[in-house]
Write a protein that binds this ligand. Structure first.
Ligand SMILES: Cc1cc2nc3c(=O)[nH]c(=O)nc-3n(C[C@H](O)[C@H](O)[C@H](O)COP(=O)(O)OP(=O)(O)OC[C@H]3O[C@@H](n4cnc5c(N)ncnc54)[C@H](O)[C@@H]3O)c2cc1C
Length: 382
């Protein structure tokens, strides 16, 4: 069945996260008469960098996860709440879970990433992630139970001391307020290996202050319902384990199969698939092997913007420009009311950094009206 929501002249975007949503806005801005179809199964846009503040009730759900039907109401973007199951590059069509066959003129693939358990036994069965609203709800219940039960040896384990593991440890330590031990487990010899020295030092100090128990050089061999076992045999008991140790590209089924690089869709400098001039791949699932950039929201948003320019160029019969990443630095949440940031000539930590981080993210919220309301709510709550 061909969908009534799309035409052969449409630009179709698969995935409405940072990359896909910002691409939809950028295309609509540059080509107001272009038919833009966004296919996204979730009902709400998820601003993942603010999930910690949602967990701690410092922000509310409508601020961190605005509904797509509100976001699309002010612009010409057509949102189809569906999941793409296969993409046929030869026929310029794709198939959705609900049975629609959608044609496109240009396609943007932005399906993001998914957790990677590296095949370690028990991770799938006995751990949670920290990526979406149901993960936040699970942790809120866990915190409530642990605070209520006040067991002397209660503990939560977090595996992976990258940004998510560190930020989550700090927030959980504040929320648990001594009612459970936090074990932060890392395979490497330090936390935040890709961060600036300033952010790493501030984060280390915050973990120490909050009494988070850091275990470096620990290789997880298996996870069980109540313990995590390391390859040298040592183990740690837990009442809940959160896996933040890795992610992998979430590549949809594509025919013919395009070139992959380390499991990611391989793209040229202009973000197009190497052998498909009408297909772009952006965000966490794509990589330009000659000029790799980090997999984060900052890159995804900039790539979304760049695709708007690229598609406007294609439709004018020109070649798309090369994508250049403008690194604006890194901001880390370090518990309630605390953060650290480096970038654009600023190095700052503490309550002011927390407020700047929150303001910076809220002003980037998709859909201006929601962003303004959100910033207003924040001011009123102070
Ligand atoms: C807790 C947490 C905190 C983070 N904090 C930061 C931070 O502070 N700074 C930063 O820069 N980055 C941060 N990140 C990383 C950042 O969120 C990601 O890099 C970014 O979301 C990637 O954007 P994306 O569009 O590629 O993927 P996503 O934002 O994940 O979007 C992918 C979308 O595709 C949809 N989708 C998937 N499969 C299909 C399908 N088959 N059909 C249709 N749609 C599909 C999904 O539902 C999803 O909405 C954080 C991540 C997490 C989990």
């Amino acid at each position: 069945m061909t969908s009534p929501t799309s035409s052969a002249n449409a630009v179709v975007i698969v995935g409405g996260g940072f990359a896909g949503w910002f691409a939809a806005l950028a295309i609509q801005k540059r080509l107001p008469h272009c038919h833009v179809v966004l296919i996204e199964p979730r009902g709400e846009f998820l601003f993942q960098p603010l999930l910690y503040e949602l967990l701690s009730h410092e922000l509310q759900e409508w601020e961190v996860a605005p509904q797509y039907n509100q976001l699309v109401s002010n612009n010409g973007i057509c949102w189809l709440q569906d999941e793409v199951v296969s993409i046929d590059r030869s026929n310029h069509t794709l198939q959705t879970r609900s049975g629609d066959r959608i044609p496109w003129k240009q396609l943007v693939i932005a399906t993001g990433s998914q957790p990677n358990d590296f095949g370690i036994p028990g991770v799938k069965e006995h751990s949670h992630g920290f990526r979406n609203l149901s993960d936040v709800r699970y942790l809120r219940h866990r915190i409530q139970d642990l605070v209520h039960q006040r067991q002397p040896n209660a503990a939560l384990a977090i595996v992976g001391a990258g940004p998510t593991g560190v930020e989550l440890s700090c927030k959980l330590a504040d929320l648990l307020n001594g009612n459970a031990r936090i074990h932060l487990i890392e395979k490497g010899d330090s936390i935040l290996p890709n961060s600036s020295a300033f952010n790493r030092e501030r984060a280390s100090a915050a973990l120490e202050r909050k009494d988070v128990c850091l275990h470096t050089n620990k290789d997880v061999a298996r996870v069980e319902a109540d313990r995590v076992v390391f390859s040298e045999g040592e183990e740690i008991q837990h009442q809940g384990l959160i896996w933040t140790a890795g992610s992998q590209a979430n590549v949809p089924s594509l025919q013919p199969l395009p070139k992959l690089h380390r499991g990611h869709l391989a793209v040229n400098a202009d973000l197009r698939l190497q052998d498909s001039p009408d297909v772009f791949a952006i965000g966490d699932l794509a990589i330009n092997a000659d000029h790799p950039v980090p997999a984060n929201a900052q890159v995804a948003m900039q790539q979304g913007e760049a695709v708007g320019t690229a598609i406007a160029a294609l439709q004018a019969g020109e070649e798309p420009p090369t994508f250049e990443f403008n690194d604006q630095g890194e901001m880390l949440s370090l518990g309630i009311g605390d953060a650290t940031l480096t970038g654009l000539g600023i190095t700052l930590a503490g309550p002011l950094a927390f407020q700047l981080r929150r303001a910076a993210y809220l002003t980037r919220m998709p859909g201006l009206s929601v962003g303004v309301r959100s910033a207003g709510a924040w001011l009123l709550n102070r």
